[in-house]
Design a protein around this ligand. Structure first.
Ligand SMILES: N[C@@H](CCC(=O)N[C@@H](CS)C(=O)NCC(=O)O)C(=O)O
Length: 221
């Protein structure tokens, strides 16, 4: 029986610096890896809508809809899509969940502190302090990954998907430069066809969104 497509909700537009990094890529990638068909629905990035708030109390994306179920938080969405697939092997479920939570709870806050200080607040001193706190955490992660391809066992899991997603943006901005193990880990995961397809579709969405925005702005009142 073919599975009905799930719906992944993302924004109708984001500025160029965010394109490639909006967290709905995590849902797209998980769906690609799990072989689950999906379609995209959008909510306005600004102003936020009541319909958006109803699905996501913090007015964020992604949101996943599957029949009667509406789910937010990229970690919960990725775990849901991974269920019953090789992304979440039954025999290693607890450890995979542990590492997925570590990505979101022990690594992402430090990455985000750095990104927030540098990119959003443009506060160089705060960004430097955040980077100093981030580096030892990255070194600890690199030590845990030393000599291994993936976080749990010998196969790529939803924990790797989430950890790589947390690291990818930081790596693009140079934060992984002193951690060849992490750079190789991100390169290994993002070479997967599932990531490539998800990223190509993600970027195509923003190209279309830019075009639609330009057309709207250029349209006579
Ligand atoms: N913990 C949430 C964070 C979601 C999040 O921060 N999403 C960003 C986009 S990547 C967002 O919607 N930000 C609000 C905005 O852009 O207005 C998750 O992992 O789903």
């Amino acid at each position: 029986m073919t599975r009905a497509p799930v719906t992944i909700v993302t924004y109708d537009w984001v500025p160029p610096f965010a394109q490639g990094y909006v967290r709905e890529i995590r849902a797209r990638w998980a769906a690609e890896e799990a072989g689950i068909p999906y379609r995209i629905e959008t909510v306005p990035v600004s102003p936020k809508s009541a319909a958006h708030r109803e699905m996501q109390p913090f007015e964020q994306v992604p949101v996943l809809k599957d029949g009667d179920l509406t789910l937010f938080e990229s970690g919960a969405i990725a775990l849901y899509l991974a269920e019953g697939t090789a992304l979440l092997p039954e025999s290693r479920r607890a450890e995979v969940t542990q590492w997925l939570i570590a990505a979101l709870n022990s690594v992402e806050p430090q990455v985000m502190a750095w990104v927030t200080a540098g990119l959003f607040d443009k506060d160089e001193a705060a960004a430097e302090r955040a980077m100093k706190r981030l580096q030892p955490r990255l070194a600890q992660l690199a030590a845990a990954l030393e000599g291994r391809d993936w976080l749990v066992g010998d196969t790529f899991s939803v924990a790797d998907l989430m950890m790589v997603e947390v690291l990818r943006g930081a790596g693009d901005d140079g934060a992984l430069d002193d951690h060849p193990v992490l750079k190789a880990y991100v390169a290994r995961a993002t070479a997967r066809p599932g990531f490539k397809k998800a990223m190509a579709d993600h970027m195509a969405h923003w190209t279309d969104a830019d075009r639609a925005k330009a057309e709207k702005q250029g349209a006579p009142a």
